[in-house]
Design a protein around this ligand. Structure first.
Ligand code: ADP
Ligand code: MG
Length: 386
């Protein structure tokens, strides 16, 4: 899908040209994994894979959506938003609108066609792009006066409350707030953010999609959160100022290893180190020091694998293969864990060889085709008219 084809698709489906075209990108996270719910930092960016929307206002209250990739439509004739058991994709759009409605924001009806080139199931946040994209286009069409941060927050509420996924704010934030050739450091404690340049012409970001999704994801995610909270409760007895793992320095943790149950200590160690690594990664980016950035990414993977224990054999294999390759500066699993993509920092001229080698190795070991995606960092959600 692209700008031209989504426009044509709208024309064919609704019989006239759309008023507006919107691009809502997917996202990567360079470093800072499992730090969001510990009030730490994340360092995501929007990418050149996106959901493309074509849309127009209607004179009535109806909501007409056409999912071009699925060739499926959904209509709410009176604009009512009700959870859809059958058409799950519609819930991402309806949830975002439902949350706006709760805040007294009632845009009129819309016709929407959308399609995407964000790979499915790869953990690149197509759902966040859907939610924030529909709010963004409503905001433009109906001049709702929402800021980008308002859109981010409403989109997250939609996913949490309506879709029922307790995700953090990073995905929507990255999709909406991205900036070309930059990553953005989000402080998950207070939502303050800063852009950092990722403009090294000699390196590329390449995603390797393991193609696996282990069933553990949700239960283990909840367990990790509980373990972090347990760590905080215990460490609080030593320093009342500790509210979240964000408040614990690596030095403090090292001094108090023995008060924590071994597994809780391991989890806390990873999180505390990872929050520190995001800061170091930002300093490295300012210096255009990609070698240090890569080293930090490898360290993150080791932490996720050994201390946080959310990796899986397929992703460990992909990272180990990457580590053997002298053209790879850094690699790590990306996302919550137990499957999805690895993110690799690769010397640009070596990208074709890297991809060929990884595909061959993965095929040999897992008899499975490895999908790979070189990605560029782009602007966040934007209007494409003109
Ligand atoms: P992620 O956000 O990591 O891509 P999710 O499971 O959170 O994965 O969201 C994926 C869901 O979003 C899909 O199951 C589908 O319901 C919806 N979705 C994403 N892209 C599209 C698309 N192009 N057309 C229709 N629905 C989509
Ligand atoms: Mg999602």
């Amino acid at each position: 899908m692209d700008k031209i084809s989504i426009q044509q698709c709208f024309q064919e489906y609704f019989g006239r040209a759309p008023e507006i075209l919107v691009r809502a990108p997917g996202r990567i996270n360079l470093i800072g994994e499992h730090t969001d719910y510990n009030a730490g930092y994340v360092l995501p960016g929007a990418i050149d894979k996106a959901i493309w929307f074509a849309a127009s206002k209607r004179t009535d209250q109806a909501l007409h959506f056409y999912a071009a990739d699925l060739e499926e439509s959904f209509t709410s004739e009176n604009g009512e938003v009700i959870f859809q058991r059958e058409k799950t994709w519609a819930n991402y759009l309806l949830g975002a609108i439902s949350e706006a409605n709760k805040d007294g924001i009632h845009p009129g009806g819309i016709n929407v066609v959308f399609g995407s080139d964000i790979p499915l199931g790869a953990g690149l946040s197509s759902s966040a792009a859907l939610e924030s994209g529909v709010l963004f286009l409503l905001n433009e069409l109906y001049q709702l006066g929402l800021s980008r941060m308002d859109i981010v927050k409403l989109a997250q509420r939609g996913e949490n409350e309506f879709v029922g996924m307790k995700c953090g704010i990073m995905d929507m934030f990255a999709s909406v707030m991205g900036k070309e050739n930059h990553v953005v450091r989000l402080d998950c404690r207070n939502l303050q953010y800063d852009y950092f340049p990722f403009d090294a012409p000699e390196v590329s970001l390449v995603l390797c999609d393991s193609g696996v999704k282990h069933a553990l994801v949700d239960s283990e995610y909840n367990t990790r959160r509980a373990e972090c909270e347990e760590g905080v409760r215990i460490l609080q007895t030593l320093d009342a100022g500790i509210q979240r793992l964000r408040d614990v320095s690596p030095e403090f943790l090292a001094l108090h290893t023995s008060v924590l149950p071994p597994v809780v200590y391991q989890r806390c160690k990873y999180v505390v180190e990872e929050i520190h690594r995001v800061k170091q990664a930002c300093e490295a980016l300012v210096r255009h020091d990609m070698a240090t950035l890569g080293k930090l990414m490898f360290e993150t993977h080791s932490g996720l694998q050994r201390d946080y224990q959310v990796s899986c054999p397929e992703m460990d294999f992909l990272v180990e293969e990457a580590r053997k390759n002298s053209s790879v500066l850094g690699a790590r699993m990306m996302g919550g864990g137990f499957g999805g993509c690895t993110i690799n920092l690769v010397k640009k001229e070596a990208v074709p060889d890297f991809i060929a080698h990884m595909q061959e190795a993965y095929q040999e070991n897992y008899q499975r085709k490895l999908k790979t995606y070189p990605v560029q960092l782009t602007n966040g959600t934007e209007v494409l008219n003109g």
